[in-house]
Design a protein around this ligand. Sequence first.
Ligand SMILES: NC(=O)c1ccc[n+]([C@@H]2O[C@H](COP(=O)([O-])OP(=O)(O)OC[C@H]3O[C@@H](n4cnc5c(N)ncnc54)[C@H](O)[C@@H]3O)[C@@H](O)[C@H]2O)c1
Ligand SMILES: [Zn+2]
Length: 395
Amino acid sequence: MTVSSRNSFTIPYEYSVYFTRDVFSPDNPLLADVLRQFSPELRPLPIMVVIDAGVIAAWPNLQQDIEAWLGRQKHCLQKRGEILVIPGGEHCKDGFAVSQQILAEAWQRRLCRHSHIWAIGGGAFLDAVGLGAALFHRGVPLLRFPTTVLAQDDSGVGVKNGCNFAGGKNLAGVFAPPLAVINDAAFLTTLSDRDWRSGIAEAFKVAIIKDRVFLQWLCQHTEQLLDRDLSVMEELVRRCGILHLQHIQDNGDPFETGSSRPLDFGHWSAHKLESLSDFAIKHGEAVSIGLAVDLHYAAEIGLLTQAECRLCVAGLQGCGLPIDHPLLRAKNAAGQLLILEGLADFREHLGGKLQLTLPNSLGHKIEVQEYNRSLLAKIVSSLEYLGNSHEPKLS
Ligand SMILES: NC(=O)c1ccc[n+]([C@@H]2O[C@H](COP(=O)([O-])OP(=O)(O)OC[C@H]3O[C@@H](n4cnc5c(N)ncnc54)[C@H](O)[C@@H]3O)[C@@H](O)[C@H]2O)c1
Ligand SMILES: [Zn+2]
């Protein structure tokens, strides 16, 4: 005899993203106000602070500032152990090493399920630390402080954590929403030019498929963005971050159980380019190139006009982002474009049925179920000319 018992429940998730400057300054009340909302069961609340070494290199006084800030909050917060500094960048997502280090340190410091982990760093670092935090005691609250444009406008505000494994980009990971996200724009001032620009690609991505007005704004502000105008970048981060949040909240599939992945527009080739280059091409740079490929494809199949495609591509180039790389034209022994493996990977990830998001006018999108290979070959050839015809491009 077979017996079944149905079990069904929902868990409401809620978190806020804050936009500020100089969060650890004695004059900034934001962080203390945010923490007060959580009315912890433990007082003082144990916390472990983890920082991307790239951030420490650029902000040598940061540890001291955080210690001083925590010193003023001694009555409600208790820092467990020294601030942990871990090298960031894409290689910190190579396998589980950083996530394991978080587990080991959290265990050694006797953190409990109510304790907080604070992670301060770039998108790759937050992904790896977030995975460790989600695993420790099956998940401890994580406060993210994203420090790159890409982490502030995209990766750090969402619900995904993970690492690269066995050559697969983001192959292992979990969906785990953060406790809160604090976007401090001051961090952006010390980014390299490449990291300053990379996150702009994600803003074009979401604007092209969701928000024509934001896209126009981006195209009108390329010079200021290229010149590193912090106020303009703050507005980009805020508008882009909010679009990502709205998508997660409203699209009905925050943990991506279905096949539609609008926020992966341009990413099928981007992820492949990143791994083909052994991550010498940064995620945002690869996204910019991937967008150029898919924008031209959308124009070729009549979803966009050539003028609309040119406007977006010129916007990316105007911000100093690359739209081409020789790896787009690299072939395997059988003479096939290697980049096509990106389509196969994406199809496999979705369970065998390809579903790609393309713009079908500026600010709008549709899903397509096929991608014409000969058209792609034509596009990657034409991008070589276009990519060379405009100055700022990937070294
Ligand atoms: N979880 C998600 O939903 C999601 C979404 C998009 C992208 N991502 C991931 O994000 C990663 C890319 O993140 P990224 O673009 O932030 O790059 P990154 O994390 O590799 O950081 C780039 C470099 O900047 C340094 N750095 C960080 N902050 C700094 C600062 N304020 N000043 C000076 N240097 C600083 C880092 O140490 C690193 O060397 C990729 O692995 C990508 O897959 C994740
Ligand atoms: Zn991305």
